[in-house]
Design a protein around this ligand. Structure first.
Ligand code: PLP
Length: 301
């Protein structure tokens, strides 16, 4: 596997990166993270990703030993050493370990910072995006906001994983989970949008505030479309003209079937295709980008 990880202050081939068994990120699922991407040598909205990472850490009282500039340089070094032009780049902080394993005071845990760069990952492969995917609205609920704040990007994915297994059992390509109150929320690694009568809609609650979601809202308004957030039931998605997923891992990805039934005319929608084209054209042109090379050239603090 191509890829480089940074763990315990060293760069290693991603395949060789190891976490000790007693890291609480593993034993308790106690970790926050953020995923950004590099396209044609440029990070996208890197400052926004780092800011969200810091908010996630603050939300879980986790800390990172690196300031923003040092963090960006580590991410850039992973990308550069992996030799990647297009990359999936993750930063993680785990609760780490107790200095004395017999005294389990969470406040004393020594947190662990990890980063890695892998070849760009697509939740929906580009060939499949031309056709669009089948999304199932599954039974398993998204964890309630009152239990785990979804705006804190975290590794507690059991609800999403269980939902995905339910969707795969129904031969769906991917899944959307509802909130405990039965409103549409999001899926494993993406936010959801649907289009009805030329207006875009995206669930308001119980979701991660995706950077791509924000980007879609900005692009859509720029292109003259109204965007609304709200609480929507599954019937709103079934009755939509178009739908798509948004994620760092794949951009804007058309949905053409819901629960096995064609959505709209069964092909990727016009609004979806326009926004998808705009997103990638702008990214190719370095929109909101930070060149990997510029971070490596900056003097280290
Ligand atoms: N929702 C969840 C649960 C996610 O894990 C992700 C990304 O990994 C997203 C939404 C999309 O967020 P972004 O656009 O910042 O990648």
């Amino acid at each position: 596997m191509v890829g480089i990880a940074y763990i315990d202050d060293a760069y290693v081939p991603a395949e060789e990166a190891r976490l000790p068994l007693f890291d609480l990120g593993f034993l308790r699922g106690d970790a926050v993270y953020d995923t950004t991407s590099v396209w044609r040598g440029q990070f996208f909205r890197l400052d926004d990703h780092i800011a969200r990472f810091r908010r996630s850490m603050a939300g879980m009282r986790l800390t990172c030993p690196h300031d923003d500039a040092a963090l960006a340089r580590i991410l850039a070094t992973c990308v550069e050493r992996a030799g990647l032009d297009d990359a999936f780049v993750q930063m993680i902080v785990t609760r780490g370990r107790f200095p004395d394993p017999t005294r389990r005071d969470l406040r004393n845990a020594v947190h662990r910072f990890i980063a890695f760069a892998l070849p760009y990952i697509w939740i929906v492969w580009p060939e499949k995006q031309e056709i669009g995917i089948d999304v199932a609205i599954v039974e398993n609920r998204r964890t309630p906001t009152e239990a785990i704040d979804p705006t804190v990007k975290n590794f507690n994915w059991m609800d999403l994983q269980r939902g995905m297994l339910q969707g795969l059992d129904r031969d769906a390509d991917n899944v959307v989970l509802c909130t405990p109150a039965g409103h549409l929320s999001e899926g494993p690694g993406f936010n959801l949008f649907f289009v009805k009568g030329g207006r875009l809609h995206t669930p308001a609650g119980n979701v991660l505030e995706g950077i791509t979601r924000r980007t879609v809202m900005e692009l859509a308004r720029e292109a003259g479309f109204a965007v609304e957030t709200g609480n929507y039931g599954p019937e709103a998605l079934h009755g939509a003209d178009e739908a798509f997923l948004s994620s760092t891992a794949g951009g804007i990805m058309p949905v053409t079937r819901i629960d096995g039934r064609p959505l709209g005319n069964g092909a990727p929608g016009v609004v979806t295709s326009d926004l998808r084209g705009l997103y990638w054209r702008k990214r190719e042109a370095g929109w909101l980008g930070t060149p990997v090379a510029s971070l490596l050239a900056a003097p280290a603090a």
